[in-house]
Design a protein around this ligand. Structure first.
Ligand code: ARG
Length: 652
């Protein structure tokens, strides 16, 4: 049903791309990016005709947001030529531009010079390449090379840390977004030739795991644990936490009594004894002791914890697989060595970055030129490390182990301060270069994410709920529904697509409302609509009964209609879109482009008919549609979606 061409297929062919392109312009790859052919040509032609520096022209040529603005535009003012008004200069340059078989005569438009590529050549280049390169079209493996001129120097290494849920706690919207955005970033860097390590940094350490272990002894059920570890551990955690809260009441009361008695000068021995007794048998204290054993490396204590961790990871793996995500490393707070943290703390102390404060060790950023970062504790009074301390240890360990060129932390913007503190401490510790290679990719909140049965706890619940809703939407079209081979599976994939497309449609930093009705609709720029657009192209190609292998031989001269040309022009932009996305690191850069494609497609079907056309015309149009399908497919794969092949809904 879903065609899951592995991304690696695209990546494998990257090695073919590394043959060095001979262009004198930086980052110009005419053999990989058709638009670069035109950039090069325009720069050289205009340079030769006017004497303006070709590299300057090349670097100022800009892409356009809509096709009426041309395929490339030159903001003439950016050429910084003195003594002439941009408007006049644009006219002059247009006049001087000689006749060319690649581009039409340039069109001055105020201070801009618009370039339109000649349709016929463009069509042959673009459609020809897409049909040949398939999944590799748009990827540019040279971007990931350490030295673009010398592939033997190897590829750049990136760690993308994302998802990072906490064991025995709910998988909240923040984790969902981190998973979706992180998966997208990992795919993006993969297709542009970086060596990517996907890392999950689990919240799997701390006193709460002592609580969980003790809770399991009281409320645990082996069978349930094996069946669904994540949800069972959460239940246990909730129950034992209930006891902790119950016990807190009397303890608090006693503390207050003691306080007021002391104020009155009365004797509190009895109450203090009672308090000590209560505290000693409290679950909280037991958890502390259990966790102390874990920290001390007690094999029994660790065995149970490790079992919970392993079972949870197994379950997570299954769920991530539904989102086409496969982590290379399951790291976590537990994995950070005491030694790394001690070394870091010593270094911080030696360099005068950290200081003692009321028995704890803190970093006062205000004293180190970073007022906004306030203060942070790095060692508690009792000598134990914190979340931040572990992250400091982790960054150093990763540097040592992976020698990465870049590391991305995909974490909600609620943790902006935490990550800024982490990077600043790294810098202050003397690792300025390391800090400069790290980047926090943040994102806003999802509002109102809940299932219809109540609040969401786990990723699985969310996905099941959306799939159910999707199934209902599909059933509304009875006739079509009956033709779907496996409706459940389709609903599942469309449901996942719905959630992901909604999540990736806006800029990352903006939050959004989790809206089941809107996201599962076939109308508007939604996930189901994107899938529908892809499936429709699949079905056009399938029904025409011309083998895809024959399409490269089609006579593309027959694609003369403006609708066809506009589609080709959009298709030519795909490699630029991918490249631009490596700058914005925004999934919406890709989504916006894909929806522009789907809109252009939907207005083309009535004009560029396949059924009933002359055989040669039919073949040429199919070559175009197959190219469009391929590009939609390539884009969807970078987003992490599974493109559906069968038509899922007839007409909107
Ligand atoms: N487990 C953390 C949480 O749920 C997220 C971890 C983010 N990554 C990091 N290196 N601190 O809030």
């Amino acid at each position: 049903m879903a065609s899951a061409t592995p991304l690696t297929a695209a990546v494998e062919s990257l090695s073919l791309q590394t043959s060095s392109d001979d262009s004198k312009f930086p980052n110009c790859y005419p053999s990989l990016n058709p638009v670069d052919i035109y950039r090069e040509h325009i720069a050289e032609t205009l340079g030769a005709a006017t004497g303006i520096d070709t590299e300057k022209i090349y670097s100022r040529l800009a892409w356009t947001n809509t096709l009426d603005k041309g395929d490339l535009a030159l903001p003439v003012a950016a050429l910084q030529i003195k003594g002439k008004k941009p408007q006049e200069l644009a006219v002059e340059l247009a006049e001087k531009f000689p006749e060319s078989d690649l581009v039409n005569p340039p069109v001055p438009d105020g201070p801009h010079l618009k370039f339109f590529f000649s349709a016929n050549k463009l069509t042959k280049t673009v459609v020809g390449r897409i049909l040949k390169e398939q999944a590799a079209y748009g990827t540019n493996g040279n971007q990931g090379l350490r030295d673009p001129k010398d592939p033997t120097k190897g590829r750049k290494k990136i760690i993308v840390e994302f998802s990072s849920p906490n064991i025995a706690k709910p998988f909240h919207a923040g984790h969902l977004r981190s998973t979706i955005i992180g998966g997208f970033l990992a795919n993006l860097y993969t297709v542009v030739g970086w060596d990517v390590t996907k890392m999950n940094y689990l919240g799997d350490w701390g006193k709460q795991y002592g609580l969980l272990a003790n809770g399991y002894k009281k409320f645990g059920d082996e069978e349930k644990l094996l069946q669904n570890p994540i949800s069972h551990l959460f239940d246990v955690y909730v129950k034992i936490n209930g006891i902790v809260s119950e016990q807190e009441g009397p303890i608090k009361e006693l503390k207050e009594q003691i306080k007021s008695k002391k104020e009155k000068g009365e004797d509190v021995t009895e109450q203090e004894q009672e308090l000590a007794k209560l505290a000693d048998v409290s679950e909280d204290e037991k958890a502390r002791r259990y966790f102390k054993n874990m920290e001390d490396g007690d094999p029994d204590a660790l065995a149970l914890w490790r079992r919970f961790r392993d079972l949870s990871i197994t379950k997570y793996r299954e769920t991530y697989a539904r989102l086409n995500i496969d982590f290379d490393v399951y790291s976590g707070e537990s994995q950070i060595k005491q030694e790394s943290m001690t070394t870091a703390n010593e270094q911080l102390e030696k360099s005068g970055v950290s200081e003692q404060s009321e028995g704890a060790v803190i970093v006062d950023f205000t004293k180190h030129g970073a007022k906004k970062l306030g203060k942070a504790i790095i060692v508690r009074k009792d000598g134990t490390p914190l979340y931040l301390t572990r992250d400091i240890g982790a960054i150093l360990e990763r540097e040592e182990e992976y020698h990465f060129d870049k590391m991305i932390y995909v974490v909600a913007s609620q943790q902006d301060l935490h990550l800024a503190q982490l990077f600043k401490i790294t810098e202050l510790m003397g690792y300025k270069d390391l800090a400069s290679r790290c980047q926090h990719i943040n994102f806003g909140m999802v509002r109102g994410m809940s299932t219809r049965k109540g609040t969401v706890k786990f990723l699985d619940d969310i996905l099941r709920d959306v799939a159910d809703k999707m199934h209902e939407v599909m059933k509304k079209n009875t006739e079509k529904y009956e033709q779907i081979e496996n409706p459940e599976e389709t609903a599942d994939i469309l449901g996942i697509t719905s959630v992901m497309v909604q999540d990736m449609s806006g800029k990352r930093i903006n939050g959004y409302d989790f809206n089941l009705d809107a996201m599962t609709s076939f109308e508007g720029d939604t996930g189901p609509y994107l899938q529908y657009a892809h499936a429709r192209l699949c079905s056009i190609v399938r029904k025409a009964q011309i083998p895809v292998e024959e399409l490269p031989a089609a006579n593309l001269d027959l694609l003369t209609e403006p609708h066809a040309t506009d589609l080709v022009r959009l298709l030519s932009q795909w490699p630029d879109v991918v490249m631009n996305t490596t700058k914005t690191l925004e999934p919406t850069t890709i989504i916006t482009y894909l929806f522009r494609m789907t809109h252009a497609l939907s207005s083309s079907y009535d004009v560029l008919k396949v059924v009933g056309s002359e055989p040669e015309v039919k073949k040429a149009r199919l070559a175009l549609y197959e190219s469009a399908r391929q590009v939609l497919h390539n884009g969807m794969r970078i987003l992490g979606l599974s493109p559906v092949n069968r038509e899922i809904r007839h007409k909107l």
